[in-house]
Write a protein that binds this ligand. Structure first.
Ligand code: PMT
Length: 390
C-alpha cells in the first residue's frame, strides 16, 4: 500500500475543530474524492419523485438510509472492508413510515445493494426462501402438453401472511403514484456523495423532510490515490493498511446542506452504559433533533431516544425565540451535560406487545410486533412538533 504521505496536512475546518493527520474535512473530502460516475443519472428518478410529492400539500418525505458501507481495498475490487448491518432496521422502519395510520410518508430508501428491502425482507433467502411459498404439479403432469397442468401456485398455508405484504408492496412500488423510490450504494464514497446530493434534491421540501440515518457508515477509508488498482498479491507478504478518517457528514447535513429538515441519527454501541452519553455528545456536536441509541445485542428489543430537553433548557438557559411545546412523553428521564438539558425515553418491545394484547389481537400478531413501529410512531409525533414550530 502506498504510504499516507499524500494525506492532507492538518488544518482547521470551518468549525475550528483541529484536524489530525489523516483526517479529512468535508470540503477536502469532496474536493479530492471523485463522485460515482453515474451519480446524476441515478438521482434523476429521485428528483422526479420529490417534485411529485412536493406538490401534494402537507405530504412528508423521509430519507431512510439502510445497510452497511464498504471500503474497497482495490479499484478492481476483490477485497473490501464492510460495516455491520443487514438492513433490517432501515427496511422495517421504511414500511412503518409508508403505512403510518394518520401520516403516511413517501420514502426515499437509500440502501446498500443486496441488503434487506421493505416488504421483500419478509421473504429473505436465508430465513424464508420464496421457493418454499410455492407449490407445483408433480413432474409427470409438467411433461404434459396442457399448460394448465404446469401452473405454479402459492401454498395455501402461506397466503394469509403473504397477502397483506404483497398488497402493501404493490401499492408502494407499482401503483400509478409510487410512494417509495430506491437508491443503492455500495462503498462509503457512494454513500457520502449520494447523501450530499440527496440533501440538495430534498431541500425544496423544507421541514416536511425527515432524514432517518440508520445505515452503518465506515469511519475509515482509503483515499482514491492510495487504492491499489489490481488485486493485491499475497506474494508481497503481510498487508499493512493505513486508513484515513471519513469526515462526519452529519455536521454539514444539519448545519449547511439542509438545516430545515428533521434529522435523526443512530448510535450503535456494544456497551449499553455508553449509549446515552454518546448520544448526548452527538446532539451537542451536530445540533440535530434526535439520536436513537441501540445496543448491538438488544437492538430489536429496546432502544433509547435522546433529544434536547427544550422545556428544561427554557428554565436554565436563555432561549429568546423558543416557543416549542413538547408533546407528552412517557418513561422519560432527564439529564444535563455541556450546559444543555437532555431527555431520554426508552422504547421497549415488551410494552408494544402489552398494548397489542390489551387490544385483543391474536397471539401470533402480538408476537410478530416490531420495535420499529414504536420508533416511527414516536418520530412522527416529534416531526409534527417540528413542523408546528417551523
Ligand atoms: O440493519 P441492522 O442489522 O438491523 O442494524 C441496524 C444498525 C444497528 C446498524 C442501526 O440501527 C445503527 O445503529 N446504525 C448506525 C450505526 C453507525 O454507523 O453508527 P456511527 O456511530 O458510526 O454513526 C453515527 C451516525 O453518524 C450515523 O447515523 C451515521 O449516519 C452518521 N455518520 C457516520 C459516519 C460518517 N462518516 N458520517 C456520518 O454522518
Amino acid at each position: 500500500m502506498p504510504s499516507s504521505s499524500s494525506a492532507p496536512p492538518p488544518k482547521l475546518n470551518r468549525f475550528t475543530t483541529p484536524l489530525l493527520p489523516g483526517q479529512f474535512s468535508t470540503e477536502t473530502y469532496f474536493s479530492t474524492q471523485p463522485p460515482p460516475p453515474d451519480l446524476q443519472a441515478r438521482l434523476q428518478p429521485v428528483k422526479e419523485f420529490v417534485e411529485r410529492w412536493r406538490e401534494v400539500e402537507g405530504k412528508r418525505v423521509v430519507v431512510v438510509t439502510s445497510g452497511g458501507t464498504t471500503v474497497p481495498l482495490e479499484a478492481n475490487t476483490v477485497r473490501f472492508l464492510d460495516n455491520f448491518s443487514a438492513g433490517t432496521r432501515g427496511s422495517t422502519s421504511a414500511e412503518y413510515f409508508l403505512s403510518h395510520p394518520t401520516t403516511p410518508y413517501a420514502v426515499i430508501f437509500m440502501h446498500r445493494q443486496h441488503s434487506l428491502r421493505p416488504y421483500s425482507r419478509h421473504y429473505s433467502h436465508s430465513l424464508n426462501p420464496f421457493l418454499d411459498l410455492l407449490t407445483c404439479p408433480p413432474p409427470a403432469d409438467t411433461d404434459s402438453k396442457n399448460d394448465s397442468d404446469k401452473q405454479i401456485t402459492v401454498n395455501p398455508s402461506k397466503t394469509r401472511q403473504l397477502l397483506p405484504v404483497l398488497r402493501a408492496y404493490h401499492a408502494s412500488h407499482h401503483s400509478p403514484e409510487p410512494t417509495i423510490c430506491s437508491l443503492e450504494f455500495v462503498t462509503v464514497n457512494d454513500y457520502l456523495w449520494l447523501l450530499k446530493e440527496l440533501a440538495e434534491v430534498v431541500k425544496p421540501l423544507g421541514s416536511r423532510a425527515m432524514f432517518y440515518l440508520a445505515a452503518a457508515v465506515s469511519d475509515f477509508f482509503l483515499p482514491q490515490d492510495r487504492v491499489a488498482e489490481h488485486k493485491i498479491q499475497s506474494t508481497r507478504g503481510n498487508l499493512t493498511l493505513e486508513m484515513d478518517q471519513v469526515p462526519k457528514v452529519l455536521r454539514p447535513l444539519v448545519q449547511e446542506w439542509i438545516p430545515e429538515a428533521f434529522i435523526v441519527s443512530f448510535k450503535l454501541e456494544t456497551d449499553q452504559a455508553l449509549l446515552v452519553p454518546k448520544a448526548q455528545k452527538a446532539l451537542e456536536r451536530y445540533g440535530h433533533q434526535v439520536v436513537i441509541g441501540n445496543d448491538l445485542h438488544k437492538r430489536k428489543m429496546e432502544v433509547v431516544l435522546v433529544e434536547l430537553d427544550s422545556a428544561r433548557r427554557d428554565s436554565s438557559i436563555s432561549t429568546a425565540n423558543d416557543t416549542r411545546k413538547e408533546p407528552q412523553v412517557t418513561n422519560v428521564q432527564g439529564s444535563v451535560g455541556g450546559g444543555k438539558a437532555f431527555k431520554q425515553s426508552w422504547l421497549r418491545l415488551a410494552e408494544l406487545q402489552e398494548e397489542k394484547k390489551s387490544q385483543g389481537l391474536p397471539r401470533e400478531e402480538v408476537e410478530g410486533v416490531e420495535i420499529e413501529e414504536m420508533i416511527v410512531r414516536r418520530l412522527v409525533e416529534r416531526h409534527d412538533q417540528w413542523l408546528f414550530n417551523h
